[in-house]
Each structure stands twice: as structure tokens, then as C-alpha cells.
Design a protein around this ligand. Structure first.
Ligand code: ARG
Length: 285
């Protein structure tokens, strides 16, 4: 199936179309929950690594079926969270901002991901001075970068990103520990069209979102708790956790094609679809 040829119209008659993407993923070969750095992680709860791998393989195959390209980085033993590739860097306009993790357990992932980019022809790289957890907290819209803070990435890292990319970076304060990364509370659907759960943000940040994105899809607490906003859109298909049925219905109303997937094993680490996916955005020509 060719994504270029896929077009549907929403109720207002505007056509949606999928654009082929390039993603970086990391197989959860060494996935387990041995420490807890977010409220989803309970080291007492058993994790079936082979189930995580099978669920992850399904996601990778789905991307390929949708016509996307999937690059792989080798997982490293002792780094169970490396499967959450979204945290490995932020890539916009072909430029790579490396990650610097808040928690020591994930520290070595930053250099490991930067090495992958160096070895794969990315010339413009920046090794960051301030704590930023890649696309966990930096979400690229059509006109700016939305940047989460409160739990992981810092405002100093937001400034560092703005300087490196030359894109306006808008800081947003996260307040709910279950939504410790921005990509657990907000998703970019297409250009400057976004969806978010207001309950994850401080009142000031909520007001900023209302001002900047008056047409945003507002997602309910159940769908947010099901990690529904941890979604990946190609402009038409929106891949999201299957439990987020309310959000899926909202997406259909808007002319998107939601595709629910089961990544329940990876949710035990506090991540889902988007966390496992890092988009490699090419330089604009
Ligand atoms: N266990 C990981 C952590 O707490 C999960 C990361 C999820 N990734 C994401 N992009 N939200 O850091």
C-alpha cells in the first residue's frame, strides 16, 4: 500500500494524506523493570521480555506496512529503557540534538544514541549541556517545538534547543507524575494540529495551549491514562494504544485513521507507541 496515494476527507471536506516517514527504533531485547523512575514502573511486577519483543515487532511491522522506513539501533545490555527510542535525541531539519538523561540509570543511552547518528551520516549534531530527554519532552509541530518540563527536561535545555535548531521553543509545565514526559500528554497530529489532555499541565501552560492551538483535540482523562496521547501520526494514520477508544473516535471525526496497537508490556516501563519511536526528520529542501 502506498501512503502517498492514501487520501480521505474529513467532515469539512479537507483531505488528509499520509507522508512516508523515517523512524528509529530499538528492539526491547534487554527490556525489564529493575528500577523505578516514574510511577508506572514497579520492579515487583513481573515483565515478560519476549511479550515486549513480540508487541514491539508488531509495531515495527505496522510502520513498514504503512510505507514508512524503520532504522534500528542495537540495544545494549544493562539499559532496559533503551527501547524508548523517542528519548534518544530530537531530530528536526536533519539536525540532531542529543539527549542528556536526568536519571543515572539511563545516562549511557545519550552517548549511545549520538554514536548511532554519527555513524549514520548525520553531520549536524549537538551534545547537550542541559538535561533533555529527547522527543519525550520535545515535540516538533509545523511552526515550533513544544517542550515539556517539570519532571525531566529543564528550561535551560529548552533554551539550548531553541539556539541549536533556530526554531521557537515553547515551554510547557507538566504537573502530573503519571505524565512525566510531554509525549504522554500531548501529540502532534499534523503540522500545527495537536491533541492533548489539559489535566497534565499547569494552569498557565493550559492557557498557552488554548491560545496557540484553539482547534486542538482535547482528550479525556481515561484516554490519557491509557497512554492514548503517546501516539504517532503520519498525517493520516494515527498509531495509538488500543485502549484509548474515546480518542480513536475523536480522531475519526477529524478524518484521521486511528490504528490501535497493544504495547501493554512496554507500558510497565511507562511508555507506549510514541516512546518506542523516534522520527528522523530530514533537512527541508
Ligand atoms: N522508563 C522510561 C523512563 O521513565 C520510560 C520512557 C518513556 N518514554 C517516553 N518517550 N515518554 O524514562
Amino acid at each position: 500500500m502506498s501512503p502517498q496515494s492514501q487520501q480521505v476527507s474529513d467532515r469539512n471536506g479537507s483531505a488528509r494524506s499520509a507522508r512516508p516517514r523515517r523512524y528509529l527504533m530499538c528492539r526491547p531485547t534487554y527490556f525489564e523493570v529493575t528500577y523505578s523512575i516514574n510511577p508506572w514502573m514497579d520492579p515487583e511486577k513481573p515483565v515478560a521480555t519476549e511479550v515486549a519483543v513480540a508487541q514491539w515487532e508488531n509495531l515495527r511491522e505496522l510502520y513498514l506496512e504503512l510505507g514508512h522506513q524503520v532504522e534500528l539501533i542495537d540495544p545494549l545490555p544493562g539499559l532496559p529503557d533503551m527501547v524508548y527510542a523517542a528519548n534518544g535525541a530530537t531530530v528536526a531539519d536533519g539536525k540532531v540534538l542529543g539527549a542528556r538523561f536526568r536519571n543515572a540509570e539511563r545516562g549511557p543511552e545519550g552517548p549511545a544514541y549520538l554514536d548511532w547518528f554519527r555513524a549514520h551520516g548525520f553531520a549536524e549534531l549537538h551534545d547537550p549541556a542541559h538535561v533533555n530527554e529527547g522527543e519525550g519532552d520535545f515535540l516538533v509541530t509545523g511552526s515550533r517545538i513544544l517542550a515539556g518540563t517539570g519532571f525531566r527536561s529543564t528550561p535551560a535545555a529548552h533554551a539550548e534547543a531553541q539556539e541549536f535548531f533556530g526554531l521557537p521553543v515553547t515551554g510547557l509545565e507538566l504537573t502530573d507524575p503519571y505524565h512525566y514526559h510531554l509525549d504522554t500528554a500531548l501529540t502532534v497530529l499534523d503540522g500545527d494540529e495537536i491533541a492533548y489532555w489539559p489535566g497534565a499541565f499547569s494552569p498557565g501552560s493550559r492557557a498557552v495551549l488554548e491560545r496557540l492551538f484553539p482547534d486542538a483535540v482535547l482528550v479525556g482523562p481515561q484516554d490519557a491514562a491509557a497512554f492514548g496521547l503517546n501516539a504517532v501520526s503520519d498525517g493520516l494514520h494515527v498509531v495509538l494504544p488500543e485502549a484509548a477508544t474515546g480518542f480513536a473516535a475523536q480522531l475519526k471525526e477529524r478524518g484521521f485513521e486511528p490504528i490501535g496497537v497493544d504495547l501493554s508490556e512496554l507500558l510497565k516501563g511507562g511508555g507506549s507507541v510514541k516512546c518506542c519511536t523516534l522520527e528522523l526528520r530530514p533537512a527541508a529542501r
